[in-house]
Design a protein around this ligand. Structure first.
Ligand code: HEM
Length: 508
């Protein structure tokens, strides 16, 4: 960032936060607030509000390694940045930090989030349209009823594995599995890939010592998928990306498969965990659902407003000098979309406790040309999965004190680590896996023999760039398509889950 330190720390007159506030507790060099570390991890919403009080709608912050950026807190300012791609680029190579030495691309943990990759997230203008066109064609080929049928099948299979036990940890055994099973299926992978990929993708996000091996495993699976689909296409996302007139290279196909898997998995799992936590901890929320004052899709939307699965979205880079929220933004500065902060901006939501009902104008899927193309699929997975869970186990109740629930946090998102519940044991309903087409051989851990994935290194320079920025960190058979012939193993006639929850609540 090219701002002088004085401006980066400037405080608005009369808006100085009291001692002990999260923004002051986490100041870094130059006095700017760190968006990482204990304060950001324990109380991110408190930190955003303290920043808003101190700086207004756009605040100077520090990322891991004390890398400087602007956090956009205002709702309108977020929409403005997301909707003006000529002013605010999505291409990280615009950032001046690559050239100023502010970051060491070889070691910085920020590179997976802000490094350049040959995918639609990192592209602007016509190149973005080319790549995004292929992605939306791949995602929109499935009719929603077909997708829902597969989610239904996977949800019943998962519930069958624990319904006799009378207790389950919902994050580890349900919400982290259902999105991955669904997404791997839509991508064109065999159903058997799901559980192993869940493990690898979870590990990849946790940045453990085995994360690199997990990343290699995910990539190896996707490489094998590309090879398999080149010779035998099906009705799946991988085949659609390859067949699209945009003419994606194998490398681009791989990057987009990985993008869809990772962008769609963690966010949808978070959304499901957050909705289910509300169901088991907030009697009013559960009561509104059970009593019909709030439908399940409305409950999902409420949680999208209040607890966005991605709280901070990286990033945009200023194409030229400009002003935003009263701040002087310099060419090449990095901006972060504060989705969670924007959603509770008093300018548009004076009372955050008022139910949002059908209002979908939140920022949780971002806005503008990069707005999430998978949002309908994310919503259907959450909606259908939770509906089935509550129908089969309407009496689920939190099995631990609410205060003992904990989160794993980063600058970007917050994940509930566990949601233990208990319920009356029930017999499994026997939901079989319909026979998928033959799957490709299961990959083993370790680097692929002939990698299609690029090695780490500089990405291609934009024509106007002086020096190249860093590139990315290195890193089935299809079922015939989600809208294929019906293979529903849905349950027989039963009371709706709402009726069952009502009965349960009345009994209590
Ligand atoms: C509740 C679930 C989800 C949430 C909250 C979410 C949120 C987001 C957000 C905030 C962005 C960034 C947009 C930007 O940079 O301005 C994004 C992009 C994207 N998401 Fe999602 N997403 C979800 C589910 C999914 C699913 C299920 C898929 C795929 C099936 C998906 C695929 C993508 C892709 C491909 C992009 C990049 C779009 C582009 O750059 O043009 N997402 N998502």
């Amino acid at each position: 960032m090219t701002l002088p330190p004085a401006e980066h720390t400037a405080e608005k007159a009369g808006a100085v936060p009291p001692p002990g506030c999260p923004a002051h507790a986490s100041k870094g060099p130059g006095g700017a607030t760190r968006l990482y570390g204990p304060a950001a991890e324990t109380d991110p919403m408190g930190l955003y509000e303290a920043l808003r009080a101190e700086h207004g709608p756009v605040a100077p912050v520090l990322l891991d390694g004390d890398v400087r950026a602007w956090l956009v807190l205002g709702y309108l300012e977020n929409r403005d940045v997301a909707s003006r791609p000529t002013q605010y680029s999505r291409d990280p190579r615009v950032w001046h930090g690559w050239r100023s030495g502010e970051i060491d691309p070889a070691t910085s943990p920020l590179v997976p989030m802000i490094g350049w990759r040959p995918d639609c997230v990192c592209a602007d203008g016509e190149e973005h349209q080319r790549l995004r066109g292929a992605v939306t064609a791949g995602l929109s080929q499935f009719d929603h009823r077909g997708v829902r049928r597969h989610i239904t099948r996977f949800a019943h299979q998962l519930i069958d594995t624990f319904c006799e036990d009378g207790e389950v940890e919902l994050v580890g055994q349900f919400t982290e599995h259902l999105p991955m099973l669904t997404l791997t299926h839509l991508l064109g992978m065999s159903d058997e890939s799901g559980p192993r990929l869940v493990h690898a993708a979870r590990d990849l996000f946790k940045a453990t010592e085995t994360s690199l091996a997990s990343n290699a495993y995910v990539i190896e699976c996707l490489e094998q998928l590309v090879v398999a689909k080149r010779s035998r296409p099906g009705q799946d996302i991988a085949s659609a990306l390859m067949a699209h007139p945009a003419g994606l290279t194998d490398e681009e196909v791989l990057h987009h498969l990985r993008l869809i898997l990772l962008a769609g998995y963690e966010t949808t799992a978070n959304l499901m965990s957050n909705v289910l936590r509300m169901v088991v901890t907030d009697p009013r929320f559960r009561g509104s659902l059970a009593g019909g004052q709030m439908t399940l899709p409305e409950a999902v939307e409420q949680v999208l407003w209040d607890e966005p699965p991605l709280m901070v979205c990286p990033g945009r880079w200023a194409n030229g000098d400009t002003t935003l929220g009263g701040r002087q933004i310099k060419a090449g500065d990095m901006l972060l979309l504060g989705l969670a902060a924007g959603n509770v901006d008093k300018a548009i939501r004076p009372d955050a406790s008022t139910p949002v009902h059908h209002n979908r104008a939140h920022l949780s899927f971002s806005a503008g040309t990069h707005e999430c193309p998978g949002q309908d699929i994310g919503r259907i997975i959450a909606d259908a999965g939770i509906d089935i869970l509550l129908t089969r186990l309407p009496d689920i109740a939190l099995a631990v004190p609410e205060e003992s629930l904990s989160w794993r946090s980063s600058t970007w998102a917050r994940h509930l680590t566990a949601l233990p519940v208990h319920f009356a044991p029930r017999v499994p309903e026997g939901h079989d896996v319909p026979n998928p087409l033959p799957a490709p051989p299961a990959p083993s851990f370790g680097p692929p023999s002939a990698p299609l994935w690029p090695s780490p290194g500089p990405g291609p320079a934009r024509p106007s760039d002086q020096a190249p920025p860093p590139g990315p960190v290195p890193g089935g058979g299809a079922t015939g398509g989600a809208s294929g012939p019906a293979s529903e193993h849905g349950p027989g006639p039963r009371a709706t889950w709402r009726t069952r929850v009502m009965r349960f609540l009345r009994r209590r």
